[in-house]
Ligand binder design. Sequence first.
Ligand code: HEC
Ligand code: HEC
Length: 463
Amino acid sequence: MNPRSPTGPLAGLLLAAGLGLAAVGSADDGIVVPAGGALTRALDNREAFTRPAPNLTPQELRDFNFGNRIFNTNWAVAPGSVDAFDGLGPLFNRVSCSGCHLRDGRGRPPVEGEDELLSMLVRVSVPGVDEHGGPRPHPTYGDQISDRGIPGVPAEARVRIAWREVPGTYPDGTPYSLRAPDVHLEDFAYGDPGTLLISPRVAPAMPGMGLLEAIPEADILAREDPDDRDGDGISGRANRVWNPVSGRIEPGRFGWKANAATVLAQSAAAAHGDMGLSSRIFPDENCGAGQDACAAAMRGDAPDLRDAHLDKLVFYMQVLAVPARRSGDAGKNARGEQLFARIGCAACHVPLQRTSEDAVPHHVAGQAFMPYTDLLLHDMGEGLADGRPDFAASGSEWRTAPLWGLGLVPTTNGHSFYLHDGRARSLEEAILWHGGESAAAQQRFQQLSGEERAALLSFLESL
Ligand code: HEC
Ligand code: HEC
């Protein structure tokens, strides 16, 4: 563990800050820090993830609102009645960004009675790597299953998820049960794909993207410990991914395996892969080999997503307000926060980060904020593995998930499904799934008393 990680002196300060000021976090210099720095707003209703940062000018607010409109627009098949918003597909997953990121929030797996994916997707690839060291797309099915198509273009396949219960018992005798997904791809429309590596992923929440993007590269890399030199069992390393915008390999920050370098790269890829929208970054439609109906389908004006619109969409996500911590039972949360540091959660879920002074947009520059992530990849063990490498991330490595806003998911999205595929039905289940590098922390969690576990969960719910 490196000297800046917060299990040392910071742990005490986190406790100290929690005692009096539960609505904020704390920095290593003892200064209290709101969850999203200057982008923080006190929000705890259904719209908590959808609000603009407090410090936008009227013109910026107009840009934000336009970005918001693009994020929520239901794109139409070309030619549509509004030229700026047509060009959907031919193959796609959802007709809008908000279809998956509902109210800028988190997606979930299908629940009982639903037979389609509403706010998640399944990445696929074949063994090997592409020319940039990324997942090697299947020649026909590409790197993601499009489970919808415009009229005349058959969806690639249908995804069905079956669940297996995995029972366990705490050392104090309290029983629990986890559920593991079995993902089935059925009704392939373009022939048997042969061997496919598959990775089901739910849509993450949007607030705070601009801040995570503005953490200096050097700060992320300084926390790497690939050979576990400090012997704490935790060996984080940054993903290194191809950024199609800069044409360079850069540290990955976004996505469950940190497989995208910037908000722009991720958003253009989402527009292309999830909705079939071309842009200056991905100028072609996403039809695979042998998908003739896709290739023959009507096109919108190229690019479907205009340059200025893509930029406003990105600005919108960069300056979404981050909800402030809620105070709740301050004493209990402070106790939970202390336990969080003591049992080793904060070794990966690093509470405090800072952005560079010259970051753009300027709203995110020079901020201290509390995302609870190191943005590094960690081996999380066989239980969570998808077996599908993603650039430098192995089949069992995942990016430390930021924990801010977690407690608001039930309010904003009406569910409490966590982890990359939404398998955890509660925060407690999410912790119990931690294995690999996080197995020791998971075991220390199990050894806590029922009351201590409740305090830790209460702290997470306050984020
Ligand atoms: C079919 C569902 C779906 C749609 C539609 C969708 N997304 Fe996503 N989004 C996801 C998933 C799943 C991830 C995680 C991807 C991964 O781990 O590889 C994600 C990740 C992201 C991230 C990174 C979040 C993070 O915490 O790292 C951003 C930013 C994003 N999407 C923006 C967009 C934008 C902009 C659009 C519309 C152009 C969009 N998404 C449409 C499912 C979707
Ligand atoms: C070795 C690094 C590491 C340690 C230690 C660790 N975590 Fe995590 N945590 C992760 C990673 C990586 C993920 C994402 C895993 C996934 O989605 O499959 C995650 C996910 C989570 C989630 C779900 C977040 C979401 O968005 O769905 C919660 C809650 C969580 N961790 C809490 C904890 C707590 C509490 C502890 C201490 C008991 C802890 N973690 C220790 C790396 C770690």
